[in-house]
Design a protein around this ligand. Structure first.
Ligand SMILES: NC(=O)c1ccc[n+]([C@@H]2O[C@H](COP(=O)([O-])OP(=O)(O)OC[C@H]3O[C@@H](n4cnc5c(N)ncnc54)[C@H](OP(=O)(O)O)[C@@H]3O)[C@@H](O)[C@H]2O)c1
Length: 256
């Protein structure tokens, strides 16, 4: 039977690269993001697949339910849910508009959690798979990207807990933890000129490792050897050291 994958943030970066791999493996696709034209172009590029485009701003309250309703009205059942859409912002907490930071929490955490809840019955009935895109940011506090790092700590914790809850149910949950990766993320976050983004991984390599881990049902995948070592060090060292280390690569000025 043909399988259907829903990918949020499919219009760019890691989500786009994952959608490409799914298309190559003959999955039907439900693409969710705000950029309709980009997703329409993806649909046109895969004429042999059934591709549904849902144009949605997932940072708006209630958006996850609207996506679920649209999928149900179309009579589709999801076998694979990839909660990938997300963004970050670089800057001192008090200098960043709180509305943007709230939108970040809504997108990175709330929409991801709600989509997981709505689609879980589908996934249970199909022995399906979930991938939640966290980050190596999940492993330590992140001064000058405080809300972003906290949001990814939420995603990792939630995903690992749910993976254990669903153990034996047939549904697997994989948390993807990439380090800095060459996508639109840096530009959106205004992170291009900070040290943290001086070395980035190729998005194709990240998507390949993520895809393998998803198919194997691994609980956590940290992409790249250096990122793996960094995350391991963050687990072993005091969190205050982790925060100071991140401060060195995200911003250096002292704030009062
Ligand atoms: N790149 C990195 O260095 C890095 C590292 C660790 C983790 N991550 C995580 O990887 C995930 C994907 O990011 P990326 O690096 O691929 O960045 P990207 O190229 O900027 O892609 C982000 C995707 O999310 C979608 N998106 C953003 N805001 C949205 C909204 N309000 N509603 C719906 N969709 C929205 C974007 O589509 P539209 O603009 O069309 O809506 C786009 O498809 C994110 O969760 C990010 O936190 C990235």
């Amino acid at each position: 039977m043909k399988k259907t994958a829903l990918v949020t943030g499919a219009s760019s970066g890691i989500g786009y690269a994952l959608a490409e791999r799914l298309a190559a493996d003959n999955y039907d696709l439900i693409l969710v993001a705000r950029s309709k034209e980009k997703m329409d172009a993806m649909k046109a590029a895969w004429p042999d697949l059934s591709v549904k485009v849902i144009t949605k701003d997932l940072s708006k309250q209630g958006a996850a339910k609207e996506v679920y309703d649209e999928v149900k009205w179309a009579g589709l059942v999801v076998d694979l849910l990839i909660n990938n859409a997300g963004f970050g912002l670089v800057g001192a907490f008090q200098s960043l508009p709180i509305e943007q930071q709230s939108n970040m929490i809504q997108l990175n955490c709330t929409a991801l959690t709600e989509l997981t809840s709505y689609f879980l019955p589908d996934l249970r009935s199909r022995s399906g798979k979930i991938m939640n895109v966290a980050s190596t940011a999940a492993y330590q506090p992140g001064p000058f990207m405080a809300v972003y790092f906290a949001s990814k700590a939420y995603v990792l914790s939630f995903s690992e807990a749910l993976s254990e809850e669903l153990n034996g149910s047939g549904v697997t949950v994989t948390a993807l933890c990439p380090g800095p990766t060459h996508t639109q993320f840096g530009a959106v976050a205004h992170a291009e000129n900070i040290k943290m983004f001086s070395r980035t991984m190729n998005v194709s390599d990240v998507a390949s490792a993520a895809y393998r881990a998803l198919m194997k049902g691994k609980r956590v995948i940290i992409t790249g050897r250096l990122n793996y070592v960094g995350a391991l060090a963050a687990k072993l060292l005091p969190r205050a050291w982790g925060a100071k280390t991140v401060r060195m690569v995200t911003g250096s000025k002292k704030t009062k």
